[in-house]
Design a protein around this ligand. Structure first.
Ligand SMILES: [Zn+2]
Length: 340
């Protein structure tokens, strides 16, 4: 299987994240990429490739141009800063009132970000754009039918990135970039099996009838991103019926996960898409530090097989997964099911 690997991923490495008033080590870190790569090399049968030079054109139809400009300019501002504190741009105040006015730099930080886990650093834009370029390349390979399934090895992840806001470690929505590209050629389904709701992907395509978004994730009453991911969010306008959420209780194990995964897959099959984008996270693993689910490593082979059964040209995009020991083996299990 071809793997498109983001050559710029390590340029973004957050020094920590703000959790309930405390700075803790950032779970989303460059060793995640290395752990996956090492596991795939060990497993064998993977052909690693870098994408062509990144272009912002890949973001058209996915992110608002003003947001893309903000990410680009804020990263450049962080790069130019002399003291190390100014090289990290964290939002601390968020928009309020009926007509929030963002004219200064500090206001823009809160305007374009919705949490305290997602700082802008000197290399953030280059790193995120490298992921988008990787997703675009994978989509092109699948679209040309030269490959039936291509895996995008990248970080930071993307599915929490909204059209105009970063959050949840995500800046540019790689899954949505692949889906948007493929949607020029036929209907596309996105199946998101990261443990967190793919809020950004849902919202990017919420009014679109040609891109189905389906997500299985921890109940947002208990798990990030908290404000979306409920079962009654089904799309809007022409996109009504083209979004399906399957929230599950934190603590879910294989026995309860299996029928929900099958229902999500069946929702994809009923849509009769021409292409599939599989947003994969390994953070439903039993040892994940932030997921809270109980899926063992071997279950991920079953997950891969369930998605493979759809028998669709598929781009597999790496989203979360934060246990550095479990992450690589989980990815290898999922991809092994596609290769086998
Ligand atoms: Zn996640």
């Amino acid at each position: 299987m071809k793997v498109i690997a983001n050559p710029k991923h390590a340029e973004h490495a957050a020094p920590g994240e703000w959790e309930n008033g405390t700075v803790i080590p950032c779970f989303e870190c460059p060793p995640r990429f290395d752990a996956i790569r090492a596991a795939l090399v060990t497993a064998g049968g993977f052909d690693f490739e870098e994408p062509p030079k990144a272009s912002e054109d890949a973001l058209a139809g996915v992110h608002h141009p003003a947001y893309v400009a903000y990410l680009r300019e804020a990263s450049a501002e962080a790069k130019k800063a002399r003291d190390s504190n100014a090289k990290q741009l964290w939002p601390t105040v968020f928009p309020y009132g009926p007509n929030p006015r963002a004219t200064g730099a500090r206001a823009l930080r809160g305007t374009y970000c919705y949490d305290t886990y997602t700082p802008i650093l000197p290399g953030t834009f280059a790193s995120a754009l490298g992921g988008a370029a990787s997703a675009a390349r994978a989509a092109d390979l699948v679209a040309s039918r030269s490959e039936s399934a291509v895996y995008v090895l990248t970080r930071p992840p993307g599915h929490h990135a909204e059209p105009d806001r970063c959050g949840g470690y995500c800046y540019l929505n790689n899954t949505a970039v692949a889906a948007e590209r493929l949607s020029k050629l036929g209907p596309v389904a996105v199946l998101d099996l990261d443990v967190h709701h793919g809020n950004g992907t849902q919202h990017i395509f919420y009014a679109r009838p040609d891109v189905l978004t389906v997500s299985v994730h921890g109940d947002p009453a208990a798990l990030y991103p908290f404000y979306s991911g409920y079962a009654d969010e089904t799309g809007t306008g022409p996109g009504l019926g083209a979004n399906a959420n399957f929230p599950i209780p934190v603590g879910t194990g294989p026995k309860e996960y299996r029928p929900v995964m099958a229902a999500a897959r069946d929702a994809v099959a009923r849509f009769k898409p021409a292409f599939l984008v599989f947003a994969f996270g390994a953070d439903a693993h039993e040892s994940d530090p932030i997921g809270g689910m109980k899926l063992p490593t071997k279950f991920f082979a079953e997950m891969g097989a369930a998605v493979r059964e759809l028998n669709l040209p598929t781009v597999i995009v790496q989203e979360g997964g934060y246990n550095l020991t479990a992450l690589g083996p989980c990815v290898a299990e999922v991809l092994g099911a596609f290769a086998g």
